[in-house]
Design a binder for this molecule. Sequence first.
Ligand SMILES: Cc1cc2nc3c(=O)[nH]c(=O)nc-3n(C[C@H](O)[C@H](O)[C@H](O)COP(=O)(O)OP(=O)(O)OC[C@H]3O[C@@H](n4cnc5c(N)ncnc54)[C@H](O)[C@@H]3O)c2cc1C
Length: 284
Amino acid sequence: MGSHSMDSNFFDVTVSSKTLLTPGMLRITFCGDDLRNFRTTGMADEYLRLFFEDEATGELVLPIIDGEGRWSYHEDRPPVRCSTYTVRRFDRRRCELDVDFVVHPGGVASEWAQRAQAGHRMVVNNPRGLYTPTEGLPWQLILADATGIPAAARLIEQKPGDLACRVVIEVATPDQIQPLPERDNVVVTWLTDSGNGHWKSRLGDVFPLIPLPPGPGHIWAAGEQEAIRTIRKHVKNTLKLKPERHKLVAYWIDDERLRPRRPPLDTTVLAALSTPWKPAGLQS
Ligand SMILES: Cc1cc2nc3c(=O)[nH]c(=O)nc-3n(C[C@H](O)[C@H](O)[C@H](O)COP(=O)(O)OP(=O)(O)OC[C@H]3O[C@@H](n4cnc5c(N)ncnc54)[C@H](O)[C@@H]3O)c2cc1C
């Protein structure tokens, strides 16, 4: 992997440590002098991309990023494989970056993180944030599954002291509950045995049950695409919130749900299956 320090869009980083936060989430601390030029947005939900070498060729072909941040790809090469992750912590002085990975099977990034060891290299790009609520709002509701925990933790960490924060997070198993930053005016509820590719998400179902304080507030949600879709429907059709009052982002797609439903069995096959049978020679 060559150095990308001449290109201010990409940063060569090295794994400096790895910590298992819970059985379902691990933290990788990246370091590297390149990070001196990392342009953090300061936004709590800022995310970056991790870029992976082509599995067949072992080559890393980075996209071309223009002055406006638009991406394009080299015509004769397959587009690079990349995954999106939240910047959980950035320390410019120490040139350090923390990324928290959900542990799940079948993911290029998640499995890379599970195998990663100190000294392993990675390339990341500059982060981008989405969270821009109107200042001075009295309340905020945060809904997330495990993928949204790093951003939710930063939202709590960076919140103004008097902002009342209601947080609902769903995790696959009770041992995946993790401590969140302690701040005044934060009430957290964990939903266990829920969502995260193990079960259907409950975020969309519980959302309408949560009473919202009077007056304007902000709703931030991150999770599986279908859950976010359900939340968005309620926000738009029932609560009728203006766009600046919410940020609802699909962080991943559960492939299981996308598998096509099998057509119902043909009646003749059903009849054949249900026909009684017995081994030859057995007298009835
Ligand atoms: C703005 C943004 C910020 C994000 N921040 C984080 C973060 O900080 N930490 C984090 O872990 N994720 C985060 N995500 C989600 C992450 O990008 C996806 O989970 C991504 O699919 C992981 O890439 P992968 O290469 O491991 O898996 P992929 O190759 O994309 O997927 C492979 C398989 O894994 C399944 N899968 C993907 N994610 C999950 C999951 N979480 N649980 C169970 N099965 C899964 C897919 O359905 C698919 O079958 C963020 C996403 C966005 C858009």
